[in-house]
Design a protein around this ligand. Sequence first.
Ligand code: SF4
Length: 541
Amino acid sequence: MSSPTRSSRTAQKGQGQWALGYREPLNPNERMKKDSDGLDVRQRILDVYAHTGFDGIDPGDLRGRMRWMGLYTQRAQGIPGGKTAVLEPEELEDAYFMLRVRIDGGQLSADQLRVIAGISTEFGRGVADVTDRQNVQLHWIRIEDVPEIWRRLEAVGLSTTEACGDTPRVILGCPLAGVLDDEVLDATPAVAEVVEKYLGDREYSNLPRKFKSSISGCSHHCTNHEINDVAFVGVRNAAGEAGYDLWVGGGLSTNPRFAERIGVFVRPDQVADVWAGVCAVFRDYGYRRSRTHARIKFLMADWGPEKFRQVLQDEYLHEALPDGPAPERPATDQRDHVGVMKQVDGTNALGFALHTGRIGGELLATVADLAEQYGRGRIRTTADQKLVVLDVPDDAVEAAVAALAEHDLLVRPSVFRRQTMACTGIEFCKLAIVETKGHAKELTAELERRLPGFDTPVTINVNGCPNSCARFQTADIGFKGMMVAGEEGFQVHLGGHLGFESSIGRKLRGHKVAAADTADYVERVLRGYLEHRSEGETFAA
Ligand code: SF4
């Protein structure tokens, strides 16, 4: 397979697509990217901004290109949600950054985790969050400290490059890749090849918008292929050969859409080229007129999978891919890899729940120690804000479970602890309207108190604004932050689900809940379910 290049152009112009002849920027973000590639900011941080400090940063870099190196300005403390829409960006931010460390495939060694932990405690006031994209996010970062932070991260093979921005973000992978015996195939080499070949490649550093990828052979579909821009899902073809089913065009935010199957079978050795081909189609044909109409899902909505496949094959791959099968239905819809799971080598993986991803630097270091004490120092992040420690022998499982529980890291959590997620929210996010993580923690504790023993899976996702970073549209009960009668509150969306019966949660117009009333609301909904459910009926059904 030759490397993907665009081989034809049409004259028709449209939404600012490069392939159709538009090269003049149509909005300020496109102008910013044309003036200087986002990756250029790295050198300016090292040479200039680390010395001038926050006040010396060019505004185009500060609120634009910094993202290409995983840096976002942080929301100033104490600004209420009602001010979010009326203040200018510079009025909302303080002189600190959020720094996102990308963890492709969610794979970490104890040494790598200790480095992240040390950066959190030394430079980030001890705050650290595991995100639902398998990253770790730090806060309170000063620009003066970034060169030293990068030096430490890069010394252990970690990076913040393209962790944000209009770039190929972290590649999701199954946290149990290579260790579970029921996986279709181990996608670790494919994830590594894409990162090795394309991370920081300027051919792909100016995309119309962010580009989220997942490559996984997990039979539980734990990387949520339905909501990625591009996803490779492990399948076996008719000959029994393991490879991938290609999905394109998923994404949530304000216009949620599930990815669609392209219908091709991708061999493991073709993944990197096909990934680059899809990325290049997006780069060249993606819409660059409006930021809110730029994700690849909009192109897919207009083209459909047949045309996408044709353009990908004809113009970028220069060969036809064979038709392939759809993924098989998983045995369960529980995708989060929480609990004790048998590894193929006879040891065990212990997946455990934090409180909506919040953990902190000190505790990350403790997890690294425990992973070495009870396993072989291998830790994984999940796409549900959880962590997994690998390689725990049978006779050490209960001791490890107890040692984690001492730190409130629960291998056997309640349904509510296990299945509640929350985005960053007003604590640090400039776009937020409401507080999320603290609220979700209180909600979880309250539901555990009011509904002890509730054992049916139910996902509760708490989001600070409509951007859906914590996926309110795919939760059984999704909370979208908004002002309700002048107070922080939520619009409720019910019935969202990922899996073979994927559905976008329905917005219930009358269901707007003040933040103080969310426990009452969820309790009412769940008690209604308990009262009326039939034998074996799940909450999602
Ligand atoms: Fe910020 Fe909104 Fe994303 Fe939450 S959903 S992290 S508030 S942008």
